[in-house]
Design a protein around this ligand. Structure first.
Ligand code: 6PG
Length: 238
């Protein structure tokens, strides 16, 4: 048996540039639904990791109008902000309001990161939750203007080493709030598919660095099947 080692691999990236953010969102919804169908046929369930941020939010809002086998979906989060559970800036709250509260995914299959416990305790608790799912089916990620993804910031000492814990406490984040929890690069890469959702001219600098091969956090997410990057023309900047 061969074991996939993210440290030994460079990211295989497939870039998909859309004329508008609307076209990107439509394609992202189709991509997610197709991944769900394939996973449910293959093993009876769909294990999806959600991202925070504005581009993913529009995709979530579009998903709630779709028909899907929702009862077979299992939802996880790639990162979370250390705020009370109902705080409007929580990624889990954003996903609930924009999508999850409107579809019949069983509540027990939605797994928010309990970041209200504080970053260390939440990372520990979520590590236990993730033991149930050694490999995700699809991981959604955003991109920050500084190249961060999930809560992996370029200003922080982080690595994709397989020896790092799967869930990391994060402090002093440059994007508020300062305390966060993030899945590690290796844990985010333990998946069948990865889909980045990126829109807006503010991301063009980070995209340029990424395309140039600079080691920004987003470029360190390595998955066996490669990563798909959906971006609009404004974000592409070229
Ligand atoms: C968060 C994130 C973060 C986000 C990017 C993009 O909680 O802040 O998960 O990584 O996805 O910053 O966010 P925007 O789409 O809002 O720019």
């Amino acid at each position: 048996m061969t074991t996939f080692d993210p440290n030994a691999e460079t990211q295989l990236s497939r870039w998909h540039v859309f004329d508008s953010a609307g076209e990107l969102e439509e394609a992202a919804v189709a991509h997610i639904l197709a991944a769900a169908d394939a996973a449910i046929v293959a093993h009876g369930g769909f294990h999806l990791v959600l991202a925070g941020g504005s581009t993913p939010r529009y995709v979530y809002e579009a998903l709630r109008a779709e028909q899907a086998d929702w009862r077979k979906w299992h939802i996880y989060f790639g990162d979370e902000r250390c705020l009370p559970p109902q705080h409007p800036e929580r990624n889990s709250r954003m996903a609930m309001v924009s999508w999850l509260a409107h579809v019949p995914i069983p509540a027990l299959q939605i797994h928010p990161i309990p970041s209200e416990l504080g970053a260390e305790a939440a990372a520990h608790a979520y590590t236990e939750v993730l033991k149930e799912v050694p490999r995700f089916d699809l991981v959604l990620l955003g991109l920050g203007e500084d190249g961060h993804t999930a809560s992996l910031f370029p200003t922080h000492a982080w690595e994709r080493a397989v020896s790092w814990p799967p869930v990391l406490p994060v402090h002093d984040a440059p994007k508020p709030p300062p305390d966060r929890v993030s899945l590690s690069p290796a844990r985010l890469g333990a998946t069948q598919g990865v889909l980045f959702l990126i829109s807006g001219a503010g991301k063009a600098g980070a995209v340029r660095d990424w395309r140039a091969g600079l080691p920004i956090p987003a470029s360190r997410i390595v998955a066996p099947g490669g990563v798909d990057i959906y971006l609009d023309q404004d974000a592409d900047g070229d």
